[in-house]
Design a protein around this ligand. Structure first.
Ligand SMILES: *[C@@H]1O[C@H](CO)[C@@H](O)[C@H](O)[C@H]1NC(C)=O
Length: 134
């Protein structure tokens, strides 16, 4: 393999790494709402999160037949704390909480329905590594 080819491969690899890192370096955008009766109403407002609040948090509060949904930007430790105290009691009442950070507006769904995280960037890195290893 020629030197020129090698260095262009290295540039490619660098760009691949950059696309992996960029999403977490840019401020995240999340849907935000207070206690909305439906997910659809909750998704009417969104905001760009402060840098340290790099998670989108979704909280579903269940009391008997009533449900409210709340969404906000959150720090990693806020997420850990709320998720660790969340859960339903024997009557099926309680709080469900979920955080995501894989993309802007990743809290579009209610809690319990977040899909594949970061699968695409990881795949593109593998392809780049395979090219460089040849
Ligand atoms: C975010 O909010 C702005 C202002 O209300 C709105 O125009 C935009 O469509 C919203 N974005 C999404 C993805 O819902």
């Amino acid at each position: 393999m020629s030197d020129a080819m090698l260095s262009s491969m290295k540039i490619l690899l660098g760009l691949g790494l950059l696309t992996l890192l960029l999403p977490s370096a840019l401020p995240l955008r999340c849907y935000v709402c207070g206690t909305a009766p439906t997910n659809e109403q909750c998704n009417r407002n969104n905001q760009t999160c402060p840098v340290l609040e790099n998670r989108c948090l979704t909280i579903i509060d269940i009391r008997g037949s009533s449900r409210t949904i709340s969404k906000q930007c959150a720090t990693a430790s806020t997420c850990t704390g709320i998720i660790s105290t969340s859960g339903l009691n024997a009557n099926g009442d309680g709080v469900l909480a979920e955080c995501c950070r894989n993309s802007n507006f990743c809290n579009i769904n209610g809690a319990g329905s977040i899909s594949a995280r970061r699968a695409l960037p990881a795949l593109s890195l593998l392809v780049l590594l395979a090219l460089v290893a040849q």
